[in-house]
Design a protein around this ligand. Structure first.
Ligand SMILES: [Zn+2]
Length: 219
């Protein structure tokens, strides 16, 4: 696979996305998919070269066909003088011209086949780009999120981690509001739940955590 082909795929995805990205940031799976679709571009390029070669061949044959035909016709004029030998040579030359002409037809048929194959490969590339674009978008967006909002997601739902998270934001948490009776309950240093000293209901660290998410800037 050529670097040019891979670059072509990436540029088309970037154009669809509206932003650029680095291939090394993608998962191995997506990188493999990009490499596979780049192969199609290389194959299409090879077919394009074959088509150009064949067109050249066809043109050369066209020229030789004309020449054989003209010479054949000149010898054929011998018929007028009843020179059968000349006429015979003319006939042979016409035969060569015809054989050449048949060759052009088969070259053109080959060109048609190559071109169809090439169109198919390019269609596969277009399909791949369409399928890859949302996947790349998803991976790059997740990566961006992970980079801008690191760690915190592994936090446990207990009071000590709430206190830790608050400290990180320079907030000193001493009391929390009971979600049931609105009583100001002293925040314990650890544990996953606490009994409200006013209404006696259980307050879970997870619930407090939910409430404090915005304050603590947790996604
Ligand atoms: Zn309460």
């Amino acid at each position: 696979m050529s670097a040019h082909a891979r670059k072509h795929i990436i540029e088309r995805i970037e154009k669809k996305l509206g932003f650029s990205f680095k291939v090394k940031d993608l998962s191995p799976e997506l990188r493999t998919q990009i490499r596979l679709s780049a192969k199609n571009i290389d194959e299409a390029t090879k077919l394009q070269e074959l088509i150009a070669d064949n067109k050249k061949k066809a043109r050369a044959r066209q020229t030789s066909t004309s020449i054989w035909f003209i010479f054949g016709s000149i010898f054929m004029i011998g018929i007028l003088d009843l020179r059968w030998g000349y006429a015979f040579i003319g006939l042979v030359l016409w035969g060569i011209a015809f054989w050449n002409y048949r060759g052009i037809k088969s070259i053109n048929d080959q060109i048609t086949l190559y071109d169809k194959d090439r169109q198919d490969k390019l269609a596969i590339v277009t399909k791949c780009v369409s399928e890859l674009t949302p996947k790349v978008n998803e991976e790059i967006t997740l990566l961006h999120k992970a980079r801008t909002q690191p760690t915190i997601r592994h936090i446990h739902f207990d009071f000590s981690s709430i206190i830790q998270a608050a400290k990180g934001k320079s907030i000193l948490l001493e009391k929390i509001e009971c979600p049931y009776c609105n009583g100001a309950v002293k925040l314990p240093k650890s544990g996953e739940f606490i009994e409200c000293q006013y209404c006696g209901r259980i307050i879970y660290a997870a619930n407090i955590f939910e409430k404090l998410k915005d304050v603590l800037g947790i996604p």
